[in-house]
Write a protein of this length. Sequence first.
Length: 127
Amino acid sequence: MNEENKDKTVAQKEEGKSYFLAILITLLTGLSVGFILGILFSPKPGKEIRKDIKDKSEEFIKKSKEGATDTIDKTKEFVEKSRGKFKEVKGKGKEIIEKSKEKVKALKEIIMPKKEEKEENKENTEA
């Protein structure tokens, strides 16, 4: 019974989403058609309307180009900062590796003589 309720709830949510999407598409279509009809039936002469459309289009293209240029510049800055951070982290990683190697070498120098001494004691006790 619990699974049936879950299935019904999921189905209702999906149905609600599809209704919302349909309403949204209808609204946007209506706004677009209304805008176009408003321009076409405005009291301005055709030359003025075409000039207005051309001017608005050029303005939109200009703003789009500026926005794209800004985005590209910001992306380049981000990439440069990321490269700097990567080099910094890489350098720190190399430092850590070198320090670790030194510590391992120092431990090896301490452990090896004790190991050899232990082996000698073992050989002496066996003989």
